[in-house]
Design a protein around this ligand. Structure first.
Ligand code: FMN
Length: 331
């Protein structure tokens, strides 16, 4: 058992917040596969304050998804702490996570996300104000620094802990790297050596071999998985099955993971599609599943033919027909 603040977490495998991906339907699938902790997609603090309908939708979750964190981004400590109060009162997640790592232009241009890695005073002011504003735990997700000449994640993590942040997730790439190159796991280890709060390691974990390597190289408390889960929510099953955890000891007990059969994959595809259909307005629901279909079917025979068809459908029903056709083609 693992804890952030008083929140009990059943296993140390976290689903990464991913905008446009980790919506309620996908989180539900990941939870069923055994994810230990879920996050919302990042949510604009300004949108929350304006009570913007779409923004509020991003924060919709069910109790089955607990424990869950809502991740917010912004560039203003008053707006962010006010939005945190709204979240605590109305949305009631298990924690609030602060996005200090998003490298997307439209976010950093406004001084939010990873831009705060080069404005530590403001970052710490934001974190402190939010910690003071709410009673639930507040955590933060950071990068290694703004660029290779300004690696400051260790200093940042120490300062965040001092103002009451309850856990740090570190994705050890610089903002400039975006998603290229390799995550520098040595920074995860250094942070772990310098703070008492839980450290969640993130970056380039795609299977249980990677996970055990990250645990042993960094001593991190939990592992967050992003791109490794696209089309492969089974990864949470694999991690829970292959890695034995006793107290602080983590051991790879089973290296093999039988990849799910086509039948199992299509069972999940259709389940996921139904969740998407129930969650989104009819007009847009089919669009919300197109990328997932491409990820689930990556590497399967003739997948591009069916993917092209899926990309042109106008409804979930049409999508379901093509999925059924592909399924019978594969059988
Ligand atoms: C499509 C996509 C959307 C993302 N959106 C967010 C986000 O909203 N908030 C966040 O903190 N990180 C976001 N990230 C970064 C991931 O949470 C994670 O830090 C990164 O992908 C590295 O982990 P990985 O190597 O396991 O993918 C996103 C990544 C991707 C690929």
């Amino acid at each position: 058992m693992f804890k952030i603040g008083k929140t009990q977490i059943a296993n140390p495998y976290f689903l990464a917040p991913m905008a446009g991906v980790t919506d309620k339907p996908f989180r539900t699938i990941c939870k069923e596969m055994g994810a230990g902790f879920l996050y919302s997609e990042f949510v604009s603090s300004e949108g929350i304050i304006r009570n913007n309908n779409k923004t509020m939708q991003y924060m919709n979750f069910s109790n089955l998804e607990r424990p869950i964190g809502i991740q917010i981004f912004g560039n203003n400590s008053d707006a962010m702490s006010n939005s945190a109060k709204v979240i605590e009162k109305r949305i009631k997640p298990d924690l609030i996570d602060l996005n200090f790592g998003c490298p997307v232009k439209k976010v950093v241009k406004k001084g939010a996300g990873a831009a705060l890695m080069k404005n530590i005073d403001l970052m710490i002011e934001i974190a402190e104000k939010i910690v003071d504003a709410v009673n639930i735990p507040v955590t933060a997700k950071i990068r290694s620094g703004w660029n290779e000449n300004s690696i400051n994640a260790i200093e940042v993590a120490i300062k965040l802990e001092k103002v009451g942040i309850k856990a740090i997730t570190i994705h050890p790439r610089t903002a400039k790297m975006k998603y290229s190159g390799k995550a520098d796991w040595s920074i995860i280890r250094e942070i772990k050596e310098n703070v008492e709060i839980p450290v969640i390691g993130n970056g380039d974990v795609k299977n249980s071999n990677d996970a055990i390597k990250m645990f042993s190289e960094t001593n991190c408390d939990a592992i967050m998985i992003g791109r490794g889960v696209l089309g492969n929510p089974w990864i949470f099953k694999e991690l829970n099955k292959n890695i034995s955890i006793q107290d602080k000891n983590k051991e790879l007990i089973n290296e093999n993971f039988t990849h799910p059969s086509y039948q199992e994959i299509f069972f999940i595809i259709k389940k996921h599609l139904k969740l998407v259909e129930d969650h989104y307005p009819k007009k847009i629901a089919h669009n919300m599943f197109k990328s997932h279909f491409a990820w689930y079917t990556k590497g399967m025979p003739n997948a591009t033919i069916y993917r092209n068809q899926i990309n042109h459908v106008k409804s979930i029903d049409e999508m379901r027909e093509i999925i059924d056709l592909y399924k019978s083609y594969l059988n």
